[in-house]
Design a protein around this ligand. Structure first.
Ligand code: CDP
Length: 235
């Protein structure tokens, strides 16, 4: 028996739409690598904040992003809540990249062409190896335009804020109120959709799924059938 399935799956969508949750579930179910590209932009942002580079200084941020080393690997062996582990120059920053200061600045950093150029190069290298579920804002449009399966996952801003708030509460992080999270999500959506380089938008051939009233398991079933993971007979 062999399995016929898309080798690369691109998932895009606005902030906190549940694309990372579903991307990881899907990747685990079908035995693919999972890459959450947002974590890379968040890590570049954290690096800039840590080194005191002014976020509005595009040249300085781009230069710094050329100097840092980002690694993303398995969640195994750490706390139970993480989906994966992210290292910045060898330092485990998995939780620091979720800090409000990063969230406030990440859309600015990721609007810089020089930053995107580097991240996209790394993402394409990983994409070429195949068997990958890649999640972000521009995966179907820019990073992997030839991906055979492209999904655009969305939900109302209020529902997305509710999910992000719950996610934070579950990890004992009560630094942000629901209202602050909702405002941040709306602000990031506006910057991500309005920026000049690789704005957030569905690829022409993406399947758009509204998850406002869907559980992750329902969504997973829908995606598995969309992907037509058929079993074909082998010799
Ligand atoms: O998890 P959440 O949806 O809140 O955000 P994320 O996927 O971690 O992405 C954080 C930010 O990185 C976004 O608001 C975008 O500004 C940027 N990003 C991007 O520009 N391109 C990507 N492929 C992924 C993220």
């Amino acid at each position: 028996m062999t399995l016929e399935q898309p080798l690369t799956i691109a998932i895009d969508g606005p902030a906190a739409s549940g694309k990372s949750t579903i991307g990881l579930l899907l990747a685990e179910r079908i035995g693919y690598i999972f890459l959450d590209t947002g974590s890379m932009y968040r890590t570049a942002t954290l690096a800039a904040l840590r080194s005191g580079v002014p976020i509005h200084d595009e040249n300085a941020v781009v230069t710094l992003s050329e100097q840092i080393h980002i690694d993303i690997g398995s969640a195994t062996g750490y706390d139970d809540e993480r989906m994966y582990t992210v290292w910045l120059d060898g330092d485990d920053v998995t939780w620091d990249i979720r800090l409000p200061a990063v969230e406030q600045n990440v859309s600015q950093v990721s609007s810089y062409w020089g930053v995107r150029e580097q991240m996209v190069r790394l993402q394409r290298e990983m994409g070429q190896r195949g068997r990958i579920v890649m999640v972000g804002r521009d995966i179907g449009t820019v990073v992997l335009p030839d991906a055979p399966l492209k999904l655009y996952i969305t939900a109302s801003a209020e529902e997305r804020a509710r999910r992000r708030w719950l996610e934070k509460q579950e990890r004992g992080d009560d630094r942000s109120t629901y209202d602050a999270i909702l405002a941040d999500i709306k602000r990031r959506d506006a910057i991500d959709s309005g920026r000049e380089h690789s704005p957030l938008r569905p690829a022409d051939d993406a399947i758009i799924i509204d998850t406002t009233e869907k559980s992750p398991e329902q969504l997973l079933q829908q995606i598995l059938s969309l992907a037509a993971f058929q079993t074909v007979s082998a010799e």
